[in-house]
Design a protein around this ligand. Structure first.
Ligand code: AMP
Ligand code: MG
Length: 406
């Protein structure tokens, strides 16, 4: 049996980022940029006004004989248009936010600091002295032509999308999304819409994993359930091999019908099997042909937890991310963990911020078949291997399942 850390290291060593693809800008959210983004123009592209007001020569804003200067209004420039006239000494032009500052003018005074006879006034009085550049947003103030604004490896969020749109990137080079085959196993497993029969249970794992795979940023392909026969598994794996990663659940334990390992060895290679953890000891990792296969346990909680610890980092690495694992923090375990395990124990818990501390409450029965104790959990409290006891009020590490990877 190997440790969780060794398992993750060995798995990730076999995984590389996928090739580049070009996607429409609106589809780039949460993907990883595959090229540097260099501005091909100044942003903003032209000097423009930061205010609604009047464009003028700043020297014209000085008091004249102790009186506010009165300037002749020679026109108006709205956002989206370019003034044809030039502002010269003694004149001003009405200007709106975002409009290009007309030639000749070197400042804008906001409308609140002026007096006029309303929208058709032929004159405007300037009530305050303004310096050159006042309320003028210079071309290139935000980004200048030739500037590297984003780099390869950046994750694309809403703000990056805004910057890419500003620079005219209608399509974006990204690391493409992995396609993940999800294969259930077991003669007892029937589909959700089927009526329960004696001895049968519904396929929760494939649906749970499908959602978790999608949440991790990959494209899931739920391929149904293989029977507990070599033939049925071979058939499913032939289909699964069309994808970038295969996730199975069940069939990797020590029972007579746990055949996933056999097929892995037959059609590829099994790198390891069994991890010193609970829930989720029977995890197998290997390749079918060239496609990595992560064989997750059949018990739903084990499948869920091992997907979080191993499957999700694999998908993130394929997506080109460099931050692969969830953060761990110190928590006070309010209720303690009473059952002692020799294996590393990942205890489902709810962590909340209370009076200056992160406090964990475990979510109930920790059996690997008890799905309801996943429901309220946002963390896994880590109880070290070796039968360590956690008493109420003890401090422990917890993996925050709803915090971004670090
Ligand atoms: P196995 O490792 O195949 O022996 O499965 C371990 C346990 O997980 C058994 O109780 C199975 O019935 C259960 N199990 C296996 N696959 C699924 C599945 N797709 N959905 C729900 N439970 C499953
Ligand atoms: Mg089985």
């Amino acid at each position: 049996m190997i440790s969780v850390e060794e398992a993750l290291t060995r798995i990730l060593a076999e995984i590389a980022a996928l090739p580049v693809s070009h996607v429409p800008l609106a589809d780039a959210l949460r993907l990883v940029l595959a090229e540097d983004v260099v501005a091909q123009e100044d942003i903003p592209p032209f000097h423009n006004s930061a205010m609604d007001g009047f464009a003028l020569l700043s020297t014209d804003s000085q008091l004249r004989d102790g009186e506010p200067p009165r300037l002749q209004i020679i026109g108006e420039v709205a956002a989206g248009y370019v003034a044809e006239q030039k502002v010269v000494e003694g004149t001003a032009m009405r200007i709106m936010t975002g409009a290009p500052v007309p030639a000749g003018a070197d400042a804008v005074i906001q409308v609140e600091l002026t007096r006029s006879e309303g929208p058709h006034s032929p004159w405007v009085e300037i009530l305050e002295t303004v310096p050159p550049g006042n309320n003028v947003r210079p071309a290139g103030e935000d980004m200048h032509k030739g500037q590297t604004v984003l780099v390869r490896g950046n994750e694309i969020g809403p703000w990056e999308i805004g910057v890419l749109a500003t620079l005219g990137w209608a399509t974006v080079p990204v690391i493409r999304r992995p396609h993940v085959a999800i294969v259930g196993t077991g003669d007892e497993v029937i589909d959700v819409h089927e009526a329960l029969q004696p001895g049968k249970i519904r396929n929760s794992n494939s649906y749970l994993l499908e959602a978790a795979v999608r949440q991790a940023g990959a494209v899931p392909h739920r391929l149904g359930v293989a029977r507990d026969t070599v033939e049925s598994l071979r058939e499913k794996f032939a289909e699964a091999m069309q994808h970038d990663l295969i996730l199975t659940s069940g069939g990797v334990s020590v029972g007579d019908f746990d055949l996933v390992k056999n097929i892995m060895t037959e059609q590829g290679e099994m790198h390891f099997w069994r991890i010193n953890m609970r829930p989720g000891k029977p995890v197998a990792f290997g390749h079918i042909g060239k496609i990595p296969l992560l064989g997750l346990p059949g018990n739903p909680v084990s499948a869920a937890v091992t997907f979080e610890l191993f499957g999700r980092p694999v998908i993130r690495k394929m997506l080109g991310h460099t931050r692969l694992v969830r953060p761990q923090i110190d928590v006070i375990v309010a209720d303690g963990v009473s059952d002692r395990a020799m294996r590393r124990h990942y205890v489902r818990a709810r962590v909340e911020w209370r009076d200056g501390h992160f406090v964990a409450h475990t979510t109930g029965n920790q059996g690997s078949n008890i799905m309801t104790s996943l429901l309220n959990a946002n963390a896994l409290v880590i109880v070290p291997e070796g039968g360590v006891e956690v008493h109420p009020g003890d401090t422990a590490k917890a993996i925050m399942l709803n915090w971004p990877e670090v």
